[in-house]
Design a protein around this ligand. Structure first.
Ligand SMILES: [Zn+2]
Length: 151
């Protein structure tokens, strides 16, 4: 159902099952059994995003739940779901996060995490490609990066 993510899981020796993760989570990673559990009621879009997120935890061998680990997994997922090219294409249509998520067929959290992961060079590329209504000099100033994409 999730093609590339499932193939990667198999290569990583990670089992995927459908069930009911604890605490109302959409998914969880169990490092002891190398198993990802996806909530049985997720829509396809939610399931794909969550599977990539949990694979991020597996990739980094995360044990337990930390803020730093969550951020790593979110970025890892976003980098597998979105490319700079597709991000720019979506931003050129509508730079609002919700609209970009719909265009990219991901969740808003994936768009947000992708923005965290942009390198300085990618930030410039995005700023030059997406019309934000700001001069490029301003867009490249610290903290003003491409406001259209960060609403
Ligand atoms: Zn997580």
């Amino acid at each position: 159902m999730f093609g590339e993510a499932e193939e990667l899981a198999e290569r990583m020796g990670v089992a995927i099952r459908v069930g009911t993760p604890p605490h109302g989570w959409w998914g969880c990673w169990d490092p002891d059994t190398r198993t990802i559990t996806l909530h049985r009621a997720l829509a396809r879009l939610q399931g794909r995003s969550t599977l990539w997120h949990e694979l991020g935890h597996a990739h980094y061998n995360h044990v337990g739940h930390t803020g730093r680990g969550e951020r790593q997994a979110k970025i890892w997922a976003a980098r597998h779901l979105i490319t700079v090219e597709t991000f720019i294409q979506a931003g050129q249509i509508d730079g609002r996060r919700q609209a970009m998520a719909a265009q990219l067929e991901v969740l808003e959290r994936d768009v947000e995490a992708f923005t965290w992961s942009l390198t300085p060079a990618e930030r410039v590329m995005v700023a030059l490609s997406v019309d934000t209504g700001y001069p490029v000099d301003n867009v490249n100033a610290p903290g003003i990066l491409c406001p259209g994409l960060f609403r």
